[in-house]
Ligand binder design. Structure first.
Ligand code: DAH
Length: 338
């Protein structure tokens, strides 16, 4: 018997020394595991004569119950200690006022893009999306830009190191105009679409950012004229600014992909600022070469295109005087558009 009592004493000491549940389970194995002290005693019973086996068996069983009781006690003690520790360190003051949730907002450029899309949709235009990494055929050649056009120079355009699968140079699109060609080649007239999105140029000052947004517009059918451009664009701006008295100027200009071409300026400001104009769009009648690149016959189809700066529209609508504010992510600025 004395050797069995020893097992209980050993277990008491071993269980008390375990400070973590995993340690305790390891200690348990030393007594109740496959090679544990008690398991050995149980196995040894088999070799005893019947009478002795009964007596010894009862004793071993009693010891086992004691060890198991000790084990349970130790487990409970560890669990309780862990709980107390948690309660002591993770204090929760349920009387504190809540922190509240800050409401997010839509970026002013996104807001303006959605507004532009909604207005053009209401005038029957589709809204299309296209790649920002563009090959130089869509970005320049298809739009009738000669090989030596200055816009192609390394100073104005971000070139990508890779070439496309036909070996053509890749650029970060410098305008949304390549979407005219992409869209027209996949659709049949009448073609009536706008394509808003990001564009990139090596440029940075109060009215230029290396990344900016444009919205391209294109309406091609059998008899879409410059008068349609004036009507559609003026209607768009009146609705965009919620003002029927806006003043516009269609100023003669040059683009390789339109003939004739204009720049559209809008008067803004009052008081000392009165009489100032801001250019918001290039536009014109699509050049016959570009119509041909649409896969259409310029003798049969004609129409207008425009490409407008979305930040410019946002600046005028919200009275922002520096375009870079849109991209600095200063919450004091952005929070005003919530
Ligand atoms: N792509 C021109 C630019 O980024 C803007 C432009 C001018 C677009 C005339 C047009 C257009 O569609 O007809 O400066």
């Amino acid at each position: 018997m004395s050797d069995l009592n020893h097992i209980v004493d050993d277990a008491r000491v071993a269980f008390a020394s375990a400070t973590r549940p995993a340690d305790l389970e390891n200690e348990k194995a030393k007594f109740l595991g496959k090679d544990g002290a008690l398991t050995k005693e149980l196995k040894a019973l088999g070799a005893l004569p019947v009478e002795e086996k009964k007596i010894r068996g009862a004793a071993v069983n009693q010891v086992r119950q004691q060890v198991e009781a000790l084990l349970n006690e130790a487990r409970n003690a560890l669990a309780e200690a862990a709980l107390n520790q948690k309660l002591a360190t993770e204090q929760l003051d349920v009387t504190l006022p809540g922190r509240g949730l800050a409401a997010g907002g839509i970026h002013p450029v996104t807001r303006v893009t959605r507004r532009v899309a909604a207005i053009f949709r209401s005038m029957g235009f589709e809204v299309a999306d296209g790649p920002e990494i563009e090959n130089d055929w869509y970005n320049f050649t298809s739009l009738n830009s000669p090989e030596n056009h200055p816009a192609r120079s390394m100073q104005d355009t971000f070139y990508v190191e890779d070439k496309d699968e036909h070996g053509r140079p890749l650029v970060l699109r410098t305008h949304t105009s390549p979407m005219q060609v992409r869209y027209a080649r996949q659709h049949t007239p009448p073609i009536k679409v706008i394509a808003p999105g990001r564009t990139y140029r090596v440029d940075s000052d109060a009215t230029h950012s290396p990344m900016f947004h444009q919205v391209e517009g294109l309406w091609i059918d059998k008899a879409i004229s410059f008068a349609d451009l004036k009507g559609v664009y003026t209607t768009f701006l009146m609705r965009f600014f919620e003002d029927d008295n806006i003043q516009l100027r269609f100023r003669p200009s040059y683009f390789p992909f339109t003939e004739p071409s204009v720049e559209i300026d809008m008067a803004f400001g009052s008081g000392p600022n009165a009489g100032k104009w801001l250019e918001i769009s290039g536009a014109g009648q699509v050049h016959p070469t570009v119509i041909r690149n649409f896969g259409l016959d310029p003798e049969e189809y004609m129409g207008f295109a425009f490409g407008s700066g979305l930040e410019r529209l946002a600046m005028l609508r919200y009275g922002v005087n520096d375009l870079r504010l849109f991209f600095e992510n200063d919450l004091r600025f952005l929070g005003q558009f919530k």
